[in-house]
Design a binder for this molecule. Structure first.
Ligand code: G3H
Ligand code: 13P
Ligand code: ZN
Length: 322
């Protein structure tokens, strides 16, 4: 089937008590690893491209690689989504390139400005059959061009969501309830430690989510910054020359709980980065004489596939839902 929008996917996910995985893509191996897992597990999927990914690969390559995945995986619905679009121009350019979904992220702007800018994107997107994700609240953490300090971050204010959604006409809403971008989501002093000495982060604010859901019945909610930062990969990186002390993510148990609620889209990037980096670091350590990129990218792609499979089956609950 051709690329789809997320409209039907979210409807089914909302009522089915599961979430769709939205995985960031930057190159061929990542796209192949994700879509092969989704194909084998019969899971719908959102492949998302950030502004930085577009700058890295150029605006044509990732679209064409995703189109190749659509041909290779005809049985599963695939959405091509712009992650963290920062302007009307970026969103327009992606819509013109064939994306079926865009995010306009004006969450760092004042409320009225966020509404106005989002509205403009919604108008152009809807005129072209494309859906729009918007954001209210500010996640802490580092994304390509944006670095939101813990102090500047704030939770979504439930009292703002109805006005925002009705005035903008957006199709889904990203909210801030305690997730954050990157592999270092919390400072050690914000966490406790378990018996193995591993950091345990503060719980997500499900009370805020509940309040938002009450005000926006049947409306798809999105969670960014939802990597779990698997400790086996942190260990793999660190034991093969890397340095990622105290990397910590969102516990899977909490993501499972979120996926059962109105949260229909869960964004994952850092876990794929960790998987790829850990695998390649170990490979280089074990095969210092190898220099053919296919030799080390092959296990990296295979491990990305297994990381994604684990998310689909054990965290998101979307396996078998294609
Ligand atoms: O939320 C941001 C994603 O992890 C994308 O990161 O902007 O560095 O491509 P990036
Ligand atoms: P992570 O850094 O937790 O993977 O979040 C990715 C994300 O939110 C992409 O928009
Ligand atoms: Zn994000």
């Amino acid at each position: 089937m051709p690329l789809v929008t997320s409209t039907e996917m979210f409807k089914k996910a909302y009522h089915g008590g599961y979430a769709i995985g939205a995985f960031n893509v930057n190159n061929m191996e990542i796209i192949q690893g994700i879509t092969e897992a989704c194909r084998e597990e019969k899971a719908p999927v959102i492949l998302q491209v950030s502004k930085g990914a577009r700058a890295y690969a150029n605006r044509t390559y990732l679209v064409k690689l995703v189109e190749a995945a659509v041909i290779e995986c005809p049985e599963i619905p695939i959405v091509l989504h712009l992650d963290h679009g920062d302007s009307f121009e970026t969103c327009k350019s992606c819509i013109d390139d064939g994306f079926t979904s865009v995010m306009i992220d004006l969450s760092s702007k004042p409320f009225a400005e966020n509404i106005e800018g989002t509205k403009e994107v919604v108008k152009y997107a809807h005129d072209h059959g494309v859906v729009v994700e918007a954001e209210l609240g500010a996640l802490a953490g580092v994304e390509d061009d944006v670095n939101v300090s813990a102090e500047a971050s704030h939770y979504t204010r439930p009292e703002e969501v109805e006005e925002f959604v009705s005035k903008t006409g957006c199709d889904s809403l990203a909210i801030a309830i305690g997730t954050s971008h990157g592999a270092f989501k919390f400072k050690p002093e914000q966490c406790t430690r378990n018996e193995k000495g591993i950091l345990v982060p503060p719980p997500l604010r499900f009370d805020i989510l509940e309040e938002i859901v009450k005000r926006l019945p049947e409306f798809p909610i999105v969670l960014h910054g939802s990597s779990s930062v698997p400790q086996e990969y942190v260990k793999m990186v660190n034991s093969h020359g890397g340095k990622m002390p105290d990397a910590v993510g969102i516990p899977e148990e909490q993501l499972r709980e979120a996926a059962k609620s109105a949260v229909c889209k869960i964004n994952i990037d850092s876990d794929l980065r960790l998987t790829m980096t850990g695998t390649v670091r170990q490979y280089f350590d074990e095969h210092p004489d190898h220099f053919d990129p296919r030799q080390y990218l092959k296990p990296a792609r295979a491990n990305i596939k297994e990381t994604v499979r684990h998310k689909l089956v054990n965290v998101l609950g979307c396996a078998g839902k294609a």
